[in-house]
Structures are given as C-alpha cells and as structure tokens.
Design a protein around this ligand. Structure first.
Ligand SMILES: Nc1nc2c(c(=O)[nH]1)N[C@H]1C(S)=C(S)[C@@H](COP(=O)(O)O)O[C@H]1N2
Ligand SMILES: [Mo]
Length: 238
C-alpha cells in the first residue's frame, strides 16, 4: 500500500478513473461495457478478494469475482434452474421470478474481510417460495448454488434456506442488479457474510448433505452468520 492508500499493481486513482469511464459505458452498452469488464477482470484476477476493486458509484461496495471476466446474461435470456431432490424440477425466467410475491429487505451488507455497506435494500423472491414450488423431497438436507460464471458456488442448509431473510434477488437499491453485482439475479443471504450471496446465480440443486462452496474450500465457515462465524464479532443488523 502506498501512503495515499493506492494498492499495487494498479493505482487506485487510475482504476477509479477508468471505472468511471466504464460506468458511463454501461448505459451505452457495447465497447465501453467490455472495457469495464476487461478492467475489472484484470484487477480481480490479481485480487479475487476484491480489495482493489471498488465499484463506481457503488456506495462502498467492492467488486468481487473469482472468475476472470464479468459474465453477462440479458434479462430475456436469464434462466434459473431448481433441481436435485425435488418433485418438480423447475426453470424460471426473470419475468416469472418477478411475477412471484416480492420481499424487500434493508440490512447492512457485511463482507467477511471487514467492509460494510450500511442500510442497503435488496428485493427478490424468498428462497422458501421457490422450494415450496419445487416440492422438496424428505431426503433433501441442503442447497447447492451454482453460477453462470462457471466457477463460484455456495451452499445453505435447508433450514437456513427456509428463513424469510434468504432471497433470490433481482434488485439492489430498487434497481435491477447490475452485471458487476451479479445480475440479472444473485442470491442474498441477509444474515450471513456476503460471500454467501452468490452472484450470477443460475442453479439451485437440492442435495442430501451440505457441499462446501468456493470460499469454504479456502477455510471460510459454511455457516456464515454475521458476528458468529469466521472468528469475527461484528454487530449483526436484523
Ligand atoms: N459468483 C460469485 N459470487 C460472489 C463472489 C464471487 O467471486 N463470484 N464473491 C462473493 C463475495 S466474497 C462478496 S463480498 C460478494 C461481493 O459482491 P459485490 O461484488 O456485489 O460487492 O459477492 C459474493 N458472491
Ligand atoms: Mo466477501
């Protein structure tokens, strides 16, 4: 770290300046969007924990991706599959998710590395509702989440997933979830550290035991309760 807080290998000011350009390009689409993606990828490939990737206008969010690019799926092409130990495997479009009862939660976002975004809104469908529609079989004990980045994964126990504060989210801050934040649809596990909130969510598979997710292979706790896991004592919001 330099004395002005810049991190190697790319100075923070340069990164932020370029991110600003790229952010303008998100609306225009096309070339500038891919410029932003390449930049975010080059930053995070060296730093998958996201410490150098502060998102433009992101209210303190840091950009995280263990993949080497930002995956894109349009709202029209998006699909979420619920399968595994269920009676009715189902594939959802974004339109169908949006037609289901919606839940809006405002909590503090807390990353296990210490940064926090206070009082932030996520909106989506309760995982519990998707599970009820799929018809969970008695032998199912856990959920495995997969992502269309092709790399990340996460897990929850069935009991955790049925809590009313576990969402499949399509809005952050009352706007569609951006590609950088994992849109069109990401998980939002409100009472847990943010690594549980898998971005670019594409699959939910019911399993008979908990399968560790990406970061859990590197030692993060599977039960990721804020303030009660990973050796941390942050005050949780509720
Ligand atoms: N697919 C995917 N989801 C992910 C991650 C990731 O690298 N890939 N990182 C996790 C971590 S550690 C955090 S803190 C949050 C960051 O979300 P943000 O990029 O919207 O700030 O996403 C989580 N979900
Ligand atoms: Mo994180």
């Amino acid at each position: 770290m330099g004395k002005d807080g810049t991190g190697a290998p790319v100075g923070r000011r340069v990164v932020l300046g370029m991110l600003g350009l790229g952010a303008a390009g998100v609306a225009a689409g096309g070339y500038l969007q891919s410029g932003l993606d390449n930049l975010l990828a080059s930053v995070t490939a060296k730093d998958p924990t996201g410490l150098s990737g502060l998102l433009p206008g992101g209210q303190g969010f840091r950009f995280y991706s263990v993949a080497d690019s930002v995956p894109h799926r349009s709202a029209a092409d998006y699909r979420l599959t619920v399968d595994g130990l269920v009676d009715r495997p189902t594939t959802y479009t974004l339109e169908r998710l949006r037609a289901m009862p919606r839940t809006r939660l405002v909590r503090d976002v807390q990353c296990v590395t210490g940064w926090r975004v206070p009082h932030y809104a996520f909106t989506g469908v309760r995982l519990a509702d998707l599970l009820a529609q799929a018809g969970v079989r008695p032998e199912a004990k856990a959920l495995r989440f997969t992502c269309f980045d092709g790399v990340y994964s996460e897990s929850l126990t069935l009991d955790q997933a049925r809590r009313p504060d576990m969402l499949v989210a399509y809005e952050m801050d009352d706007k569609p979830v951006t590609a950088a934040h994992g849109g069109p649809v990401r998980l939002y596990a409100a009472p847990m550290y943010f690594y549980k909130s898998a971005k670019w969510l594409s699959g939910i598979t019911l399993t008979d035991h908990v399968q560790p997710g990406y970061w859990e292979h590197y030692g993060y706790d599977m039960d990721a309760w804020v303030g009660r896991s990973n050796g941390r004592t942050d005050a949780p919001t509720s």
